[in-house]
Design a protein around this ligand. Sequence first.
Ligand code: SF4
Ligand code: SF4
Length: 228
Amino acid sequence: MAFILRAFSGGADGVIICSCWPGECHYVPEGNYNAVSMMNLTRKLLGHIGINPERLRLQWVTASEGIQFAQIVTDFTAKVKDLGPLGTSEGMDENELKSKLQEVTKLIPYIKIVKREKLLLHLDNVEEYNNLYTSDEIESLFSEIPSYYIDPEKCRACGTCRRRCPVEAIDGDKNLIHIIDQEKCIKCGTCLASCPPRFGAVKKLVGESVPPPIPEEKRTIVRKKKEG
Ligand code: SF4
Ligand code: SF4
């Protein structure tokens, strides 16, 4: 998904992914089934942000099908020419297109986590993948984007969430209340799952804004010295 969005962000008017036929891969038999699911999801996401999904095509063609490959590329090129330049044909100016593509690109890790079960489904009939993601589902993906927040009143600076965060989005130290950098956070939820229940300091927020971070001068935790 990231490669596709990068191609569109880089100015491609169309993207075609070619793969061997389902069941014919010698190396990773699940790969092209996963690709169908990913393509369907990506097409729905493109549609959601106002980009014509026909700009993205998945095509089965093996290395021995040279003539077919040439025809497929010729057809797709003609199709993309018909669709016109990306963005302006959709009624978007350059900045709007860029910001919409950036918005989805930033959400890729979150989307892949939320949709991981469907993305890994193996359906023998590839046509069934077409109905895998409903419009409501795609809509809720965007309307239910969570944010994670550390409650400064509850954080005891144990460091567990900071060590487990996969993208180093959490700032903190031994005696410093931890803070999540919302720009770096990929919304994986690991901090929520890893904060010890006796602290319960991480909150998942949906549909509400994240409170501003605690001021630096108030972040230090003064611990009582152990007696004896
Ligand atoms: S949700 Fe994931 S990425 Fe965001 S701060 Fe928590 S652990 Fe890090
Ligand atoms: S795991 Fe919980 S208590 Fe520990 S540093 Fe993170 S938010 Fe604070």
